[in-house]
Design a protein. Structure first.
Length: 568
């Protein structure tokens, strides 16, 4: 991961530089206080206590509300800190209007809350890793909560990843588009927040496209973002960037699409060369709705898809749509990605897909069975990069599950993305399936051969038929991988993998069909995850693990393992 913040956020608490104490809060009631601040630092460092109820904070400058957000301000003790930029408005005086939602009978008098004593100003903020389970070569936020990847695109040699982000805590809240960039899909650099909540709502998931032909009239190469504004209702909004995705200007006529449906979100736009127009697919309840546009501004509803197809155990979310060649043939087919929560094959959230034909107006699915892109518990909100080089379809997933995402044992940050994956199509027994393989860039960080597994390594296993692999440590924690050549299935057992008490839904054995025989497996191990692939791309299993010490022992029956370090 090794991401670096390009902001001045580099060294604040624990150890505040240029800190200044605040004036006492003005207590207005048993749950309401106002805190006037004479600005002396770039950031006001807010103490967070995760067990507390949220407090709503309104930032007031010159009698105007400039920002509002929710944060679990510390009442008794501090779990971690988050920064609030208070210099951004160029004012000498800033007032925080704070309303607490906890029960005063159990939390005590508002004037005695810990947050007032430990709230400090500083010019810097320490983002050095303080988490044993933070991945080394997977993307994570520097601090705070992350879920769905959003708006991913490639331009001028750089991959841009936006993501659902809470800058004010490590649980879901205050949805904002965070932003990171990479030139190799492995090493990520943190960037300033890209799109913030506004009067229409918080910023839910969406997509970005590069308007290479200036169909929007906003300039060739302009990056156009479509996202869900989540206020009283969910509506779709638009923003544009003329500086390559660093900053965005929101359209003055937002929202650009509305609906009476309560679940109406996650717009995915893509250029359809077949009809020389743009298409947009939206998740609406348990359907996908398709739109078209010649100019990226005026959208026409075309059709819906979903009834009678796939899994309907939960709400459909985060769609993606792409046309791909079928490996080894001269065929081309369309694939619709549909993320769903709940309803996954092993509980909670997961990614399903549909293969068929699309004429720019209507999608026709060619199969009736439900197909999952990954058969682990921690692979969700999968979407691809727009404008990827070499015609590739490169996907990232959110590596968690809504069953326990807010409870996993980290606090400085929560959640990571999967390693990047190349998607394709292949045929087996007359059917067409999605192939999933680690991107070729992962080979560039493959290091030397090592004798034992470590907390960050790749394991390649050459199989002779059915096989079993066990990773373990001295604490008796283990993960088992089994391939059954008779049933053509691949399984991962994490029931004894380490910490799991945070959720009754965590322990699991997850099993994938392989659609043919498997000759080689690739396992990518990071500090808190294992991603398992059939080397041909016919099966993938992604699972989080939280061992109390690294798995440093390996046993293999029915195959030969080669272990590589990873250079990150």
């Amino acid at each position: 991961m090794k991401i670096r913040h390009i902001l001045a956020i580099a060294a604040i608490l624990l150890g505040v530089s240029q800190a200044s104490a605040q004036t006492a809060p003005k207590v207005l009631s048993d749950n309401h206080a106002m805190l006037p601040l004479k600005v002396s630092g770039q950031y006001l460092v807010l103490p967070v206590e995760e067990k507390q109820e949220i407090a709503n904070v309104r930032v007031i400058v010159n009698n105007e509300q400039k920002q509002t957000f929710n944060v679990r301000l510390a009442v008794d003790k501090v779990d971690y800190y988050v920064p609030l930029d208070i210099k951004r408005w160029g004012a000498d005086l800033v007032t925080l209007d704070v309303t607490f939602h906890g029960d005063r009978r159990t939390t005590g008098a508002i004037k005695d809350f810990t947050c007032w004593q430990l709230m400090k100003q500083s010019d810097t903020f320490d983002t050095n890793n303080r988490e044993a389970y933070r991945p080394a070569y997977h993307h994570t936020p520097l601090y705070g909560w992350m879920n769905d990847p959003n708006g991913m695109f490639y331009k001028d040699g750089t991959y841009h990843l936006y993501f659902q982000y809470n800058p004010y805590g490590s649980q879901w809240e205050n949805m904002t588009w965070g932003h990171s960039t990479s030139t190799d899909l492995v090493h990520w650099q943190a960037q300033p927040i890209a799109i913030e909540p506004d009067a229409i709502g918080t910023i839910f998931s969406g997509s970005c496209v590069v308007d290479k032909q200036n169909t929007s009239g906003l300039g060739a190469g302009t990056v156009i973002a479509y996202y869900t504004s989540a206020g009283q209702n969910q509506v779709q909004s638009m923003a544009c960037s003329t500086d390559g995705g660093k900053t965005f200007t929101k359209a003055p006529n937002n929202p650009i699409l509305t609906s009476h449906e309560p679940d109406f979100r996650d717009p995915k736009a893509f250029w359809n060369a077949d009809i020389q127009k743009w298409n947009l697919v939206l998740a609406v309840g348990q359907e996908m709705h398709f739109y078209s546009s010649p100019n990226m501004k005026d959208w026409t509803y075309e059709s819906s898809f979903g009834k009678g197809y796939g899994c309907h155990g939960g709400v459909w979310e985060c769609p993606d749509m792409m046309k791909m060649k079928v490996q080894g043939t001269d065929k081309e087919k369309w694939m619709l990605i549909c993320n769903i929560n709940p309803g996954g094959p092993f509980g909670g959230s997961a990614t399903q897909y549909f293969v068929g034909e699309f004429d720019g107006h209507r999608f026709t699915c060619e199969h009736q069975d439900t197909r999952w892109m990954d058969y682990g518990k921690d692979h969700y909100a999968t979407v691809t990069f727009d404008n990827a080089p070499e015609g590739r379809h490169i996907a990232l997933a959110w590596m968690s599950n809504w069953q326990y995402a807010n409870q996993v044992p980290t606090m400085q940050y929560r959640s990571a993305n999967s390693i990047a994956r190349d998607l394709g199509l292949y045929e087996y027994n007359g059917n067409t399936y999605c192939s999933v393989t680690p991107v070729k860039e992962m080979l560039k960080v493959r290091g030397k051969k090592i004798s034992k597994p470590t907390s960050t390594c790749e394991i390649v296993v050459d199989l002779k038929g059915s096989a079993e692999l066990t990773l373990s440590n001295a604490a008796g924690e283990e993960v088992k991988v089994k391939y059954d050549a008779k049933t053509n299935t691949l399984a991962m057992d994490r029931t004894k993998s380490g910490k799991s008490e945070f959720s009754n839904d965590f322990k699991a054995v997850t099993t994938a069909p392989t659609y043919g025989s498997v000759q080689q497996l690739r396992l990518f191990i990071d500090n808190s995850s294992i991603e398992l692939f059939d080397a041909d791309g016919h099966a993938a299993i992604t699972n989080l693990v939280f061992p109390t010490q690294p798995y440093n022992n390996i046993k293999v029956k029915g195959g030969k393992a080669t272990i590589y370090s990873i250079n990150y």
